[in-house]
Design a protein around this ligand. Structure first.
Ligand SMILES: [Zn+2]
Length: 322
């Protein structure tokens, strides 16, 4: 199979030509115009045609197009519903646009669900019932069970980052309080720490690492301060680990999966929390469920591109099954 993958991001579009083994034959990125889907997608069609030629193919030889999109989105109508980073894109019929221009079947899913499918098809836990957990600015999830994405009735399946861990917890970007993301999402965690440091004039290595400028605090500096043994950062990190254990415990207890694969923060700083989280996990999930689940960082280097390719493969398979 030859597949065209389109990964829509808030800052960049990533297009690629790949196959069912996850091999990428050609790829290209360009900036997203957040207010103008028409211009961005027209450019995407040009880039797609260039990549198809570069891969030695014709448009007719592309079996399917997969679009990986930020949520909330609608996979059936193939459009983004509302998203803070792509304001002008709401309700623009992205799937129809590509189908009309390229005349190939188009499948669209949210990016975390696509990443789950990419892990299932190409990752270190290939072929297992798994949950993929994105751990970057926010916390997203993709659940693959029996080889299928669990997207739910209106594409909200796998939104594990917004599981409430404590109703009295910190405010989340989604408007609820105490979500997993509010505790462990890179952006929310940095925001809360920044506000606390400024309000209470807390002396901490985190501030030294950003040259005294609180605006520059991110998860990177928080992790570096934890590594340096900074007391304030380590206190915050302890809560992070506890909430990770609680949330992963819920996933284990709910789904009894064969694997939980984690992205970004787990890839770069997994040693700072995965062993401690595993120690605390028996307080939140049955040992019999923990014992059968592989919990590990993702080994996929280009998960965005592979997600879009995986969405194309998944869509084609579901279509064949009818
Ligand atoms: Zn939330």
């Amino acid at each position: 199979m030859n597949l065209l993958g389109i990964d829509i991001g808030g800052t960049k579009m990533a297009l690629s030509i790949g196959n069912e083994r996850g091999e990428i034959m050609a790829d290209q990125r360009f900036p997203t115009d957040c207010g103008n889907p028409q211009a961005t997608l027209s450019r995407a069609v040009e880039v797609a045609n260039e990549l198809i030629v570069k891969a030695g193919l014709t448009v007719e030889q592309i079996d399917a197009i997969g679009i990986s999109s930020p949520g909330p989105m609608c996979s059936r109508r193939r459009m983004i519903l509302e998203t803070p980073n792509l304001k002008g894109w709401a309700n623009f019929k992205i799937g129809d646009f590509f189908e009309e221009k390229l005349k190939r079947p188009v499948f669209m899913q949210n990016d975390a669900n696509g990443a789950g499918m990419a892990e299932y098809l190409f990752g270190g836990c290939k072929g297992l019932d798994l949950v993929y957990v994105t751990m970057s600015t926010g916390i997203g999830g993709g659940i693959v069970a029996n080889g299928k994405i669990v997207s739910g009735i209106n594409d909200l399946g796998g939104e594990v980052g917004h599981i409430t861990l404590d109703i009295n917890g910190p405010l989340c970007g989604c408007g609820k309080t105490g979500c997993w993301e509010a505790y462990c999402g890179g952006k929310t965690m940095a925001d809360h720490i920044r506000a606390e440091i400024v309000a209470n004039k807390i002396p901490t290595a985190i501030l030294d690492l950003v040259g005294g400028d609180p605006a520059r605090i991110s998860m990177k500096e928080i992790c570096a301060a934890v590594r340096a043994g900074d007391a304030y950062a380590c206190g915050k990190w302890d809560v992070f680990i506890e909430k990770m254990a609680q949330a992963v415990g819920i996933l284990l207890q709910t789904l009894n999966p064969q694997a939980i694969v984690m992205g970004t923060i787990a890839i770069y700083d997994g040693d700072l929390f995965l062993p401690q989280m595993m120690e605390r996990l028996p307080r939140y999930a049955w040992q019999s469920s923990i014992d059968v689940c592989r919990i590990e960082p993702s080994v996929l280097k280009n998960i965005g591109e592979l997600s879009a390719i995986a969405i194309a493969i998944d869509g084609t398979r579901q279509l064949k099954k009818g």
